[in-house]
Design a protein around this ligand. Sequence first.
Ligand code: CMC
Length: 432
Amino acid sequence: MSSPTISPTTTATLEYNGKSLALPVTTGSEGEAGIDISQLRAKTGAITMDPGFGNTGACKSAITFIDGERGILQYRGYPIDELAEKSTFLEVAWLLIYGELPTAAQLKEFHELITVHSMVHQDFNRFFEGFPKDAHPMPVCASAVAALATFYQQPETDNNLRESMIRLIAKMPTIASYSYKHSIGQPFMYPMNALDYSSNFLRMMFATPCEDYVVNPVLAKAIDMLLILHADHEQNCSTSTVRVVGSSRANLFASVSAGISALWGPLHGGANQQVIEMLDHIEAEGGDVQKFVNKAKDKKDNSRLMGFGHRVYKNFDPRAVILKKSCTDVLNTLGIKSRQLEIAMQLEEIALKDDYFISHKLYPNVDFYSGIIYKALGIPVNMFTVMFTMGRMPGWIAQWIEMRKDPETRIVRPRQIYTGATKRAYVPMNKR
Ligand code: CMC
């Protein structure tokens, strides 16, 4: 894809220690400006401080655009709501990786490739057996993806890279379902080539050798839509991790495995499991939603309203808007009444009228409603973040490839301001 030309349009001036430094400003295709400080240390001896990198642009990227103030999310220019409604996960995966929507022939070939690569090596079964029975599926998935690097050790040519990327997308549902089957002590189910991506995953999760599982197309469609909503989100914690690890020229499997570990954290992808646990906790404590909201506001209490707040979205998360609607649709279609949805809606109503949440610009994020749908679809709670992982896979791959092809990429190596002891003499043991 040819990306719009990005060129310095103006300069910013920095005054420091009596010196003036002109800094070029780079403007993106949607108008955001970045002050280029790459010469700052060389010219002034100083570095910038930005804990959590809230103001730091680490790369230029043509994949995903987010406007957090206006609640806009676009993959390669296409609005997320249109993709969620009209596309399929594999079509979106292609779009993210190759930059354009696929033709029918390209999508057919892609689908066939994903299908034929969905089995994992038989030796993988023994690998899974080594994990404790109560192992959380997320570290199991991270380990399994890292282990793929031991099965595919070819040099990094374009062709091998293409195969690695196909393998990752193809095998992720198999690895995810194996991690679940292992945790409940059931035999692994092999993928079935006749099924589409999401149906195949559902069958591998819920079929047993004794009884096949007939996939409800409503469920498969809902899973596919959820995967699309999670497919990329520009430079978030896990994607930045994938880029950071890849910047050392580590291979794709190793980089993505690190991303899975980052995603597991409760402030990132792990929040979807935490949301359901929070809703269950509120219910178990008698359903007093206001009491929990007060706890979340209390700075002496560690509780946060899980599924609320976002580093980038400051008015609404467009993914949460889509999910709230589809939550009601899916539950109605399946004829399920969910106490968790009732509590979630009360929680949202109270929080959105509360001065604390208004002034802190805290709104429901993607994880607030996704867990309720997963629950309704029968996905076990400890698999929620694995679902996020499956969805995010094409985004991580697209970002990793973009990083590796970018001539401006350097190994990521931030600086620090040292605050420890200054130089002192070693004290022998008998004098301490
Ligand atoms: N409940 C209560 N207070 C909150 C919350 C919350 N969920 N989120 C932020 N705050 C407060 C925080 O205490 C701080 O208050 P103050 O300025 O008075 O000290 C202020 O809002 C700013 O918080 P922050 O932690 O500096 O904000 P951040 O941009 O670093 O963190 C966040 C963003 C998503 C980690 C955070 O909002 C949070 O912890 N949310 C709950 C976890 C969650 O739902 N995570 C999923 C994010 S969406 C999926 C993904 O892409 O990862």
